[in-house]
Design a protein around this ligand. Structure first.
Ligand SMILES: *Cc1c(COP(=O)(O)O)cnc(C)c1O
Length: 442
């Protein structure tokens, strides 16, 4: 579903005009549609109906508590890649028994917290990691349920920075070596190998690489069982692409049909880890035009959102549709523009050479498909405040992450004792002390 539509020439999020949210919370801000999130989860769940599938939402795409809880209430599990994400999943109400812990660099401390929480599965990516997990689990008298993430050497055909399944990538264990690795795990007190996991990349818009990878995983499951390993889980990872406005993306139902065929007759529990497809098109970034500058060669639309708020265009050369929040006149003549932010970097752009209708200072723009890898990758570079996140449900909206204050931003720093002179008024050592009071050491 597309929850962002024009009504009476005003772009709405579900039943709320985006301009009204802009008045209430200021710009820029992210806005997510609860109905769109729910719709994506249901599309997955419906396509898996009749199978024993666990849909573990990959938190790294968008880890706002409101987003996670929306999925948790529908029955989703979570795919986490750090202790912070594990804590977020648990805090949002995802049962530990539905949490999968992935990632190439889990520390002992992270393993310990995950074991204590009683998570469903560890996806292990190297032999040193296996040995460490075995040790940590034994020291606690626990046994971790493990899937080995194999690297099937399949090129996902996506951007180089989000391709993960070829031999050149740091992820997983070479599938050819996997039988040996499972052999090493036999009869360990701290780990039990119960599954095979794979994840070949992100933003896949072609299903063929999945077909190739899943076929290899299927062969491996059969081989491991023949070797006597009790493998009863197949974790197919995530990576399904979305339409960013230009190229179409595969339907969730087609992707799930492919997964079901790959697992057919194996009697394995399927674990899916979708991230981007669950949230990407459920979010927009709303920004206000500060200036329009007509340069010698180009028109620059300078907005109050920047690369620190949405880094995808400059990091991945990503395309995002950009539309005006107030519908532009039908006879408006578009021309090329660079849509840029105020940051002192030439990489600070949201679009380059984009055909845009005439816009003026004060206009609101919506950058679409910004629900995934948007807010989670933002920073306060240039001492810009992290921007608020808003969720809409029908006619209601709520701020689900407020904009911090400048006091909070400055308050993150501490002066070392040798710089913190009593009476120094220029640099507050604590936010509570702003306002002309005399400051001592922290
Ligand atoms: C990033 C990641 C996902 C989710 O990827 P999307 O492209 O957002 O669907 C799933 N599993 C693992 C192991 C990941 O690293």
């Amino acid at each position: 579903m597309n929850p962002f539509v024009y009504r009476n020439d005003a772009l709405h999020a579900e039943d709320v005009p985006l301009a009204r949210i802009a008045e209430g919370v200021g710009t820029p801000f992210y806005c997510y549609s609860s109905a769109a999130l729910t719709g994506q989860y249901r599309a997955f769940a419906d396509a898996f109906r009749g199978t024993d599938a666990l849909i573990c939402y990959a938190l790294k795409a968008n880890s706002n508590q409101a987003v996670i809880r929306t999925f948790a209430q529908l029955g989703a599990g979570a795919d986490v890649v750090s202790e912070g994400e594990l804590r977020r999943a648990l805090a949002a109400g995802v049962p530990a028994g539905r949490i999968v812990f992935a990632g190439v660099g889990k520390t002992r401390a992270e393993m310990a917290v995950a074991l204590d929480s009683g998570i469903f599965q560890f996806n292990v990516e190297s032999e040193p990691e296996l040995d460490t997990l075995d040790e940590v689990a034994r020291s606690k008298g626990r046994r971790a349920q493990v899937a080995v993430r194999v690297n099937p050497d399949v090129d996902a055909g996506t951007h180089a920075k989000i391709t993960t399944g070829t031999k050149e990538n740091k992820f997983g264990i070479d599938i050819a070596r996997a039988p040996e690795v499972y052999e090493r795990m036999r009869n360990r007190a701290g780990i039990q190998a119960v599954g095979v996991a794979v994840h070949i990349g992100s933003q896949l818009t072609d299903l063929a690489p999945y077909r190739a990878a899943f076929a290899r995983v299927r062969d491996l499951v059969q081989r491991l069982r023949a070797d006597g390993h009790p493998i009863d889980r197949m974790d197919v990872g995530g990576g399904l692409g979305i339409a960013y406005g230009e190229d179409p993306a595969p339907a969730i139902s087609d992707y799930v049909a492919l997964v079901r065929r790959a697992a057919d007759g194996l009697g394995c529990r399927i674990i899916a880890e979708p991230g981007r497809v669950m949230v990407g098109n459920a979010g927009v970034l709303v920004t206000r035009v500060i200036y329009v500058k007509v340069g010698a060669a180009r028109r620059f639309v300078i907005c109050d959102a920047a690369m620190n708020d949405l880094i995808r265009p400059t990091l991945y050369e990503a395309y995002h549709d950009i539309v005006t929040v107030a519908a532009s006149a039908p006879d408006a003549v578009p021309s090329l523009a660079d849509v840029v932010g105020p940051i002192c970097e030439s990489g600070d752009f949201l679009a380059q050479g984009r055909s845009m209708p005439p816009v003026a200072a004060g206009d609101l723009l919506a950058i679409k498909s910004a629900g995934a890898y948007g807010a989670v990758m933002s920073s306060s570079y240039n001492s810009r405040l992290l921007i608020p996140e808003v969720m809409v449900a029908g006619g209601q909206f709520a701020v689900v992450r407020p904009r911090p204050s400048y006091e909070e931003l400055l308050g993150l720093d501490r002066l070392p004792p040798w710089l913190n002179e009593p009476g120094d008024r220029a640099i507050p050592s604590r936010p509570a002390m702003i306002g002309g009071r005399k400051m001592g050491a922290v």
